[in-house]
Structure formats: structure tokens, C-alpha cells
Design a protein around this ligand. Structure first.
Ligand SMILES: O=P(O)(O)OC[C@H]1O[C@H](OP(=O)(O)OP(=O)(O)O)[C@H](O)[C@@H]1O
Ligand SMILES: O=c1cc[nH]c(=O)[nH]1
Length: 179
């Protein structure tokens, strides 16, 4: 197995601040915007961006939710073992809101397709955008693209991009793993 560092902690930090600024450019004071982190791993990115927006850019009353897509995936019946769902925490109305989905990696687009289905149970947003830290190029199975991307990565199919957060490991990093 080989492992290459795509982004180190400093680079992740710079990208997070850029993404936060791009969100502010579009959504101003976020009065009609909600952020939704996709479980499980979009949660870390969503919480980190929310922290920057609130603590450094003084956005007030920022709404952040978490959405589990386990049973909305088109492959969930293919699993051999029982699936374990994560929590969904959306304690606000999404009807007529600008929703920003947040996930760590965009690859085939199937997770986002599932999220688009799942969010319908909560209402009809005015608009849904997508923010991803890593956009794997030329790998989409569906016509889904990010509105905000941290870094575009070219990887071959047997490679995997792993986003590691300091909340889970010692420091932020993005790796390209080749098995
Ligand atoms: O665009 P896609 O092909 O859907 O890939 C993107 C998804 O892949 C990863 O999750 P993964 O499917 O590895 O599941 P996990 O987060 O439960 O490990 C990642 O966190 C994204 O949610
Ligand atoms: O490289 C990939 C592809 C899908 N999901 C990931 O987390 N990494």
C-alpha cells in the first residue's frame, strides 16, 4: 500500500477559510441559509466551517444540521449485514431556505443524490448547493457538481482519498491511498 499526502494541516486550514469566505460572498449574513453536514464524515467539515463563520466572521444565529443518508442510498439493499444509521439533526425549517450540503469527498455523486432525496422529507428548499473539500474529477456517475470545492483531485479508480480530521486523529490531512 502506498500513501501520499495531498493536503497537510496548514493547507486544509487555508482552504477552510477560503470556503468560509466564498459562502459569505454568496450568503451574506446567512439569514435565509442553512448548512447541512452529511453524515458521517461531512459532519466534521460542516462543524469546522460553522466554527470559522461564527467565531472569526461573526455570523450570528448560524443554522447547522446533520443529515443521515444511509437508507436513501440506491445500494442500501445490497449490503450483506444490517446497516447502522447515523443521527439526523435538523432542528429548523428548510422550507424556502437556501440549503448548503457539506461533505468531505465528492466521487460518484451517489451520496449527494441520496441527500437530495432525504432532504425532501424536511420540506422544499428554495435552492440546494454543494460544498466539498475534495472533488474527485472524472469519476461522476451522475450529473452532480460542487458549487464550492476545496481541491480538485485526479485519482484512478483503485485509489482512495481519505480526509482525516484532527477531531478523529492527531491532525488534519488529506491522503491518497493506493492499495
Ligand atoms: O460521491 P460518492 O461516490 O457517493 O462518494 C462520496 C462519499 O464517500 C465517502 O463516504 P463513504 O461512501 O466512503 O462512506 P462512509 O462515509 O460511511 O465511510 C465520503 O464521505 C462521501 O460521503
Ligand atoms: O476516494 C474516495 C471516494 C469516495 N469516498 C471517499 O471518501 N474517498
Amino acid at each position: 500500500m502506498s500513501q501520499k499526502v495531498l493536503l497537510n494541516a496548514t493547507e486544509v486550514n487555508i482552504i477552510l477559510h477560503r470556503l468560509a469566505c466564498q459562502l459569505i460572498e454568496k450568503h451574506n449574513d446567512f439569514s435565509n441559509t442553512v448548512l447541512i453536514g452529511l453524515q458521517p464524515r461531512g459532519k466534521f467539515l460542516a462543524k469546522r466551517l460553522a466554527k470559522i463563520l461564527v467565531e472569526e466572521y461573526k455570523i450570528k444565529d448560524l443554522k447547522l444540521g446533520l443529515l443521515d443518508i444511509t437508507f436513501y442510498r440506491d445500494d442500501f439493499r445490497r449490503s450483506d449485514k444490517p446497516l447502522e444509521a447515523n443521527t439526523t439533526e435538523i432542528n429548523f425549517v428548510v422550507e424556502n431556505k437556501n440549503v448548503v450540503f457539506i461533505d468531505d469527498v465528492l466521487y460518484t455523486g451517489r451520496s449527494i443524490r441520496a441527500a437530495l432525496t432525504a432532504i425532501q422529507s424536511f420540506g422544499r428548499p428554495e435552492e440546494i448547493e454543494l460544498l466539498t473539500l475534495i472533488d474527485r474529477r472524472f469519476s461522476r456517475h451522475l450529473p452532480i457538481q460542487p458549487n464550492y470545492r476545496g481541491r480538485q483531485v485526479d485519482a484512478i479508480n483503485k485509489e482512495k482519498v481519505i480526509v482525516q480530521w484532527q477531531e478523529q486523529a492527531e491532525e488534519d490531512a488529506v491522503y491518497l491511498i493506493n492499495n
